[in-house]
Design a protein. Structure first.
Length: 139
């Protein structure tokens, strides 16, 4: 479970609206693959990607995206419990999705939150690995 992964650890968790979606596949997830070693060097124990897709879709997306083994944990939030709990769920008549975000948590407590919207403007890049790294390096 997520609580087992975060207990006593520093984690970066980022959420995408959906596996296999264009910007998630071309930019968001690749930013964390590219900067994985730097995140680890900055003291991050686990990097976690989550979406409201089922676990099989998350595993297939990881494979199709070339996520190296034993790096990024690809977790399903298929009940939307996490995104609802964080207040980042977007709901329609047919499905619940998470908005795009990233966060840093230490022992389960969020220390940094990177929303995909700032001052009413969409800013997906704010949720990418380089933003997270910048915050970790300046902390």
């Amino acid at each position: 479970s997520l609580m087992v992964l975060v207990k006593g650890k520093t984690v970066v968790l980022f959420a995408v609206p959906g596996a296999f979606t264009p910007s998630c596949s071309k930019a968001h997830l690749p930013s964390f693959i590219k900067h994985f070693d730097e995140l680890k060097a900055a003291g991050v124990d686990h990097v976690i990607c989550t979406a409201t897709n089922d676990p099989f879709v998350m595993a297939a997306w990881a494979q199709a995206s070339g996520v190296p083994p034993n790096t990024i944990h690809m977790l399903s939030d298929n009940t939307a419990e996490l995104c609802r709990g964080l207040g980042v769920a977007t709901e329609s008549d047919v499905m619940v999705r998470s908005t795009r975000y990233a966060l840093v948590a230490k022992d389960g407590v969020v220390t940094h939150f990177f929303p995909s919207e700032k001052d009413g403007e969409k800013c997906a890049q704010n949720t990418y690995a380089d933003s997270v790294l910048g915050a970790l390096k300046s902390a």
